[in-house]
Design a protein around this ligand. Structure first.
Ligand SMILES: CC(C)(COP(=O)(O)OP(=O)(O)OC[C@H]1O[C@@H](n2cnc3c(N)ncnc32)[C@H](O)[C@@H]1OP(=O)(O)O)[C@@H](O)C(=O)NCCC(=O)NCCS
Length: 204
């Protein structure tokens, strides 16, 4: 199948310093497939479970391709990476995928364990929410295990409501209203989005 995108959104590229390291945040690229596979492979089994809401010892074939071949409008993904020993290493990913109704999107986020607690998820989520609003998404939703205190804390601080899933025991639904999807709302989302790119998260 042909991979088609409108344009690589270079304006979302950002550099922050965390734990005395330079961290590049950028929209994902198709050539990030191996880096993305390594990132998810290096997560603990518990973190992978939290991310995919299912125990996942191995990533299903084709998953990393789907996670890296995004169109930046209906499916947007940001990665954070560091450079070590002459190579890149992905340390976090955050994405939304537009749902069938066209006005909602589902969110997913994960940060490598050594990089947790430094504000990286907060930063990625803020960028993603801006970008989603600018793309006309009105409602961002997600699912998290009820035991996932970090994700629940992150979501609440970012303005999401949290409630029990009526269908899945042990799962919570999170939801944030981003705007009404009008052209005015989209344009209003762009400026704070770029301002956020300059924000430096809490560094250790
Ligand atoms: C959830 C996750 C993405 C948070 O990433 P992170 O980079 O550690 O989060 P941040 O450092 O940006 O913290 C953001 C907020 O999360 C909350 N948080 C972070 N660590 C927490 C902890 N140990 N306990 C409770 N809340 C916590 C806090 O509200 C924090 O805000 P604060 O720093 O102002 O207090 C990360 O733990 C993770 O990748 N978990 C595995 C995958 C996953 O659970 N994904 C979510 C489902 S898609």
């Amino acid at each position: 199948m042909t991979y088609q995108i409108d344009r690589y959104p270079a304006e979302l590229i950002d550099v922050v310093h965390l734990a005395h390291e330079r961290v590049v945040i950028r929209p994902v690229l198709p050539q990030d497939e191996d880096l993305t596979g390594a990132f998810f492979g290096d997560l603990s089994a518990a973190a992978r479970h939290q991310r995919f809401l299912a125990p996942m010892r191995w990533l299903p074939p084709g998953l990393t391709k789907r996670l890296t071949q995004v169109d930046y409008q209906n499916h947007m993904a940001l990665v954070a990476e560091v450079f070590r020993d002459g190579g890149e290493r992905v340390i976090a990913e955050a994405r939304y995928a537009r749902l069938g109704d066209g006005s909602s999107a589902e969110l997913a986020i994960s940060v490598a364990e050594p990089w947790q607690g430094l504000g990286l998820a907060r930063l990625l989520l803020a960028k993603l929410m801006c970008r989603a609003a600018a793309a006309g998404i009105e409602r961002l939703v997600g699912e998290t295990l009820a035991s996932n205190q970090r994700m629940i804390g992150l979501a609440r601080k970012a303005g999401f409501t949290v409630k029990r899933s009526p269908e899945l025991g042990g799962v919570l639904l999170i939801e944030a209203i981003l705007g009404d999807g009008t052209r005015q709302a989209r344009l209003a989302a762009i400026t704070p989005c770029l301002a956020n790119l300059e924000a430096t998260p809490t560094a250790a």
